[in-house]
Design a protein around this ligand. Sequence first.
Ligand SMILES: [Ca+2]
Length: 296
Amino acid sequence: MKTNPIVVFTAAAGALLLLLVIVLFAQQSAQNDEIVSLRAALQATQNSRTLPAKPAEDPPSWAGGTSTRSSLDPVASADSSDHPQDRLADLERVVDKHADLLEDLFAERTRIAEERRKAMRRSWGPEQAVGAPDTLTAGDQATAWAPAVADGGIEWLEAEFESAADLAKIVVRQTNNPGGITKVTAITDSGAEVPVWTGIDPSAGQALADTPFAVPGGINARRVKVYIDTSKKPGWEEIDAMQIVGRNGTAQWAKSVNASSTYASRTWTTTTGGGLHLQTLDGGAAGLEILQQFNR
Ligand SMILES: [Ca+2]
């Protein structure tokens, strides 16, 4: 079975970044310990100095003592790294830099994990309709969901969102053969399927459509379902993304998506049940599974 090179690459890059983060953390921890002990030592020195009366450290220039003192005093001529204050300042600078670097590394890890999640999606699987649109032009493209057969009749796509909302609008991004939607429903937390819209899809004839369906008042849900009659038009109907907009204006993209069927089940043999959950791709992928735990 084929293994997507992006999946392998992002797993390796993610592991490398994780290693860097661990090393940096360890370093930073040691440096923080040193900072604490240096501060304590400096504080102790300061306390012991404040006890006796302050000696005349700065004799007037006419006394001629300054030049004599600096040439004889071993501290004054020693390397600055021997000064705990300088060492402390250096360490604090390094720790600050490391903190910035760690922030960058975390951001990069998040980005790579996202790339990896995308790479692990099956072509035309319902998972392709998760998140913001990534099919930006019309056409038969693997980055959108497609049913198992082109003109089989009624199919559905059900999306779940992070938070329940008082729905104002449901938007469906149709990226191939728009116009087949016949019904949109919302599924409340009690499990009731409430019709939101039925009729003739207004986006027929468009190449790519972000079709909005207004929701009547009083429907609170975090799951919506779209029904499509794929027999209306020859060819594959494809959906790239689903969005809900609440009455407070908050918009959300689908967090997970399930479908009546998917073309992905033709190209991949590892699907089970609804086929939404990614399975181990092959025997060698056990390491990826472990990395995936880290990447969460
Ligand atoms: Ca069709």
